[in-house]
Design a protein around this ligand. Structure first.
Ligand code: PLP
Ligand code: TYF
Length: 399
């Protein structure tokens, strides 16, 4: 029956981990997948999450199904974290729990392809997270690109971004990374976000925010929500995909949300009814444990403060690794290349500028694993291996 099924390629990101696991060298480094590691290179379960878990255990809750849209206290708390406690849009927000950020994007993609009356094309940054293309095209949307990364500066090409968004057909959907852009680590400044919001408005485009790293860019969840909240303040009826995988270290728990800012209570009611109809045949209802953890952290003041401190600690550890990596490259190994972007970029990733050939060489010669676009997951770098990484990068990039 399945003789005509062709072998597919491994996932560009998850395939890196598979190759890493096959390598027996003790010096090997996995800088592929974007998952936080502590300074000993170990996965990190947040203290706030452990404490929430203890509280939940004590509560001895049942394991009944959640409703189709999940745990209501979770979605309320998640919305406040993203839009702000006092945001006026909360009262007319259609929101559902989702299977983390990936699930939220899928709900959004399907909602747009079914109900968005104006267009079936979605503009995503060039480059963007690979899964965006797959998710949106599977849902029947046409994926188009807007300029984003400038190879000559390893920074943002704001002119190309504004120009391409301006030239997109009116009422297009525009996907925006709320902060800590994946894969480039390059975000617009607040002033640039203001301009982007204006251009999106002038063209009647629909802003679709993907927020997978709130807190991870600056260490401050409020600052990292600037773009989302600016668009909302400017009157955009945004949609938002939200993930707690990274900022609460809940990768495998799959806690996230998808929300749509609605004009009034009637619109909210109609939109939510259709979200339920969309979700029911996909998975009926979402997992409860991760949502209960997030809810407990966000709604217990001491745990919330502890969590905010831990997000900051994670973000700052990554920032300190950027500084060390650049210093080792320049001061210890005398690299003549420009490495300013290592410290200018933010969030989980450094878009190093390494070519696919250099990525192959650093794997073969140095046992350092990263995606072929040259993206380094900075979370995999630690005090113990940052100098080795600098030596490896210097050696494969020096001529
Ligand atoms: N969006 C972006 C840009 C991401 O980088 C990720 C994870 O890496 C996600 C969404 C969704 O991740 P998850 O499904 O684990 O929440
Ligand atoms: O490193 C990245 O960009 C992501 C990480 O279910 C990831 O692809 C891995 C697994 C997953 C979602 C995101």
């Amino acid at each position: 029956t399945w003789s005509s099924v062709p072998q597919g390629p491994p996932d560009a990101i998850l395939g890196v981990t598979e190759a890493f696991k096959r390598d027996a060298d003790p010096k090997k480094m996995n800088l592929g997948v974007g998952a936080y590691r502590d300074d000993n290179g170990k996965p990190y379960v947040l203290e706030a999450v452990k404490k929430a878990e203890a509280i939940l255990l004590e509560q001895n809750l049942d394991k009944e199904y959640a409703g189709i849209t999940g745990v209501p206290d979770f979605t309320k708390a998640a919305a406040k974290l993203a839009y702000g406690d006092e945001s006026p849009v909360l009262s007319n927000l259609a929101i559902t729990q989702s299977i983390s950020g990936t699930g939220a994007l899928n709900i959004g993609a399907n909602f747009f392809s079914t109900f968005y009356p104006h267009a079936k094309n979605i503009y995503v940054p060039n480059p963007t997270w690979g899964n965006h293309n797959a998710i949106f095209s599977r849902a029947g949307l046409k994926v188009e690109k807007y300029g984003y990364f400038d190879k000559s500066t390893n920074g943002l090409n704001i002119n190309a971004m504004l120009e391409d968004i301006k030239n997109a057909p009116k009422n297009s959907i525009v996907l925006l990374h709320a902060c800590a852009h994946n894969p480039t680590g390059v975000d617009p400044t607040q002033e640039q976000w203001n301009e982007i919001a204006q251009v999106v408005k002038d063209q009647g485009h629909f802003p679709f925010f993907d927020m997978a790293y709130q807190g991870f860019a600056s260490g401050d969840c409020t600052k990292d929500a600037y773009a989302l909240r600016k668009f909302v303040a400017d009157g955009h009826q945004v949609v938002l995909s939200q993930s707690f995988a990274k900022n609460m270290g809940l990768y495998g728990e799959r806690a996230g949300s998808f929300s749509i800012v609605c004009a009034d209570a009637d619109e909210k009611s109609r939109v939510e009814s259709q979200l339920k109809i969309l979700i029911r045949p996909m998975y009926s209802n979402p997992p409860i444990h991760g949502a209960r953890l997030v809810n407990t952290v966000l709604n217990t003041p001491e745990l919330k403060q502890l969590w905010l401190d831990e997000v900051k600690t994670m973000a700052e550890r990554i920032i300190s690794m950027r500084t060390k990596l650049r210093n080792h490259l320049e001061a210890d190994f005398g690299s003549k290349k420009n490495w300013e972007h290592v410290t200018n970029q933010i969030g989980m990733f450094c878009y190093s500028g390494m070519t696919p050939e250099q990525v192959d060489k650093i794997k073969d010669d140095w046992h350092v694993y990263l995606t072929r676009d040259g993206r380094i997951s900075m979370a995999g770098v630690s005090s113990g291996n940052v100098k080795y990484l600098a030596e490896a990068i210097h050696n494969v990039t020096k001529d």
